[in-house]
Write a protein that binds this ligand. Sequence first.
Ligand code: ZN
Length: 83
Amino acid sequence: MLKYLVWHKCAYCGAEFRGSPKRRFCSPTCRRRFRSGVAVRKRLQTDPEFKRRSLERLQRWKEMHGCKKKGEKAEEGKRRVIL
Ligand SMILES: [Zn+2]
């Protein structure tokens, strides 16, 4: 039984652990994170529509973030006027 336990390096976080030769990850969390990352990267490479939508979403988020900051600054200005 013990001879089937071998040392591995986790493919996601790089931690060393002992387990069955089939295991590649130190924990189910690492496996899930690694798998989801691989799936997204694969889809970005093979699916142009998905890539376009991802970039659009990122752009929208950036714009939203910028607007929020500008809004905060504007409120600050108003407050200064009131004081
Ligand atoms: Zn890990």
